[in-house]
Design a protein around this ligand. Structure first.
Ligand code: ADP
Ligand code: ASP
Ligand code: MG
Length: 422
């Protein structure tokens, strides 16, 4: 039986028609190797950002349904153009959107999870010798409503398709040459990793390393999909392989450093110190599909028997979170104010090698202290330590941590995009 290879090309790789021609050549090369090829593409260049901006010009909180209707159009353009480019180079290709394939998601707007992918149409077209181009980022509910998977979600579309088709591997082609020890836009001499474990990559992705969408790594781990991140411009470089931790040698305690600048911190003040309050508070968030990240509850004050609960959410969920809290305040008996701060960033170090190695956390805290950076919240997992700091200090913190944990290389990475302004 012929092998199926899934390839995914991000926005920068399909930013204009010349680049789309280049993608078509890469796709055809894989077909020429004797494989069946399914290609997933994102919207061209900054299309999605542009669509979001137009929506926000018209409405401060656009409805989730209409937002998904709008954002899904971006990928509709790039699939048709890529299929045409492949056909123009003499190969048979067909493009499908999520509805045509049957990429079924839960009924949630803007961050839906894929629950099933129908493969009949894909298999039939592959058997007919066609190269298939599928729209990333989008899905459809059982009732035929359009959904999207969250920003950066085309990676997840690709891995989920690879899992459904039992693909030989899933190659994520992007504008850097693989996964680096940190974002090479922050530290130009970051090191490219030949390999990294699913577990570390998942933590890094959650910590803000947006080279892979977190759910794509989760899906690859769950279904054992061999996943590779590589450059769409330098094809001779094999990039980074993401694989099970058991197959890896661990040399350094820290594998990578990441910053997440799109978080917001909320403090609910004077919350009664009694059972059930946290359950109600975070239960209400969960009902609204708001993911809560770091959480700190202060000690109860003796006189009032109240405490403060502080937590972080994605900055895009801030308005929704405040609305939920305002409604809930009376119900849980919180008598204080709700404080909001978007001027924060989460800086994290990740590494399977930090298990059972004391001193890693203290090195992190000392490094930040030497720079006069105040740590406002801390959270840890077995292989990650995250500190919440002021936003304008995030890049400085990443540079220093990258240095102290000896992650630099002698080479300067080639980068295409600019860093977000702080
Ligand atoms: P695409 O449009 O191909 O999906 P993205 O912009 O989503 O590309 O992801 C690639 C970008 O991720 C790179 O340009 C890089 O600046 C950024 N990035 C952040 N952290 C890392 C990291 N640890 N390794 C590599 N790239 C990273
Ligand atoms: N086009 C979408 C975005 O910009 C999805 C993706 O690029 O993966 O977020
Ligand atoms: Mg991306």
């Amino acid at each position: 039986m012929r092998k199926v290879i899934v390839q995914k090309f991000g926005g920068t790789s399909v930013a204009d028609t010349e680049k789309i021609k280049n993608v078509a050549r890469t796709v055809i090369k894989e077909k020429e190797n004797g494989n069946d090829v399914v290609v997933v593409v994102s919207a061209m260049g900054h299309t999605t950002d542009y669509l979001v901006k137009m929506a926000k010009d018209l409405s401060p909180v656009p409805s989730g349904r209409e937002m998904d209707m709008l954002l899904s159009t971006g990928e509709g353009v790039s699939i048709a153009l890529l299929a045409m480019a492949i056909q123009a180079q003499g190969y048979d290709a067909v493009s499908f959107n999520a509805m045509q394939v049957g990429i079924i998601t839960e009924n949630v707007h803007s961050k839906a999870r894929i629950i099933d992918i129908k493969t009949d149409k894909l298999r039939k077209n592959l058997q007919e010798g066609k190269i298939i181009v599928v729209a990333g980022f989008q899905g459809v509910t059982e009732d035929g409503e359009i959904t999207t998977l969250g920003r950066g979600g085309s990676d997840t579309s690709a891995v989920a398709l690879a899992a459904a088709l039992n693909a030989e591997r899933c190659d994520i082609y992007t504008d850097v040459e693989g996964v680096y020890t940190t974002d090479p836009r922050i530290v130009p001499n970051a090191s490219r990793l030949d390999e990294i474990s699913y577990e570390e990559m998942l933590e890094l992705a959650h910590a803000g390393a947006n080279v892979l969408h977190p759910r794509s790594v989760e899906t690859a781990k769950q279904f054992n999909v061999p996943l590779r991140v590589r450059s769409s411009f330098k094809l001779d470089n094999m990039g980074t392989l993401i694989l099970g931790v058991d197959n890896m040698e661990i040399y350094k305690p820290v594998a990578g450093v990441a910053a997440d600048l799109s978080q917001a911190r909320i403090v609910v003040c004077d919350v009664p110190d009694k059972p059930g309050v946290a359950a109600k508070l975070f239960g209400s968030m969960a009902k609204e599909h708001i993911s809560v990240d770091m959480i700190i509850q202060s000690y109860a004050r003796k006189v009032s028997n109240t405490n403060d609960i502080a937590f972080t959410v994605d900055a895009n969920d801030l308005d929704k979170t405040v609305a939920v809290l305002k409604k809930l305040r009376e119900d849980i008996g919180a008598s204080g104010e709700i404080q909001v701060d978007s001027n924060i960033a989460k800086v994290s170090i990740v590494g399977a090698g930090m298990i059972d190695r004391p001193g890693i956390a203290s090195t992190m805290f000392e490094t930040l202290a030497e720079l006069g950076i105040n740590i406002r919240m801390i959270s840890t997992s077995e292989i990650k330590i995250s500190c919440l700091v002021d936003k304008d200090q995030a890049y400085k913190a990443v540079e220093a941590l990258h240095k102290v944990f000896e992650l630099e290389s002698d080479e300067i990475a080639e980068v295409k995009g600019d860093l977000p302004n702080v």
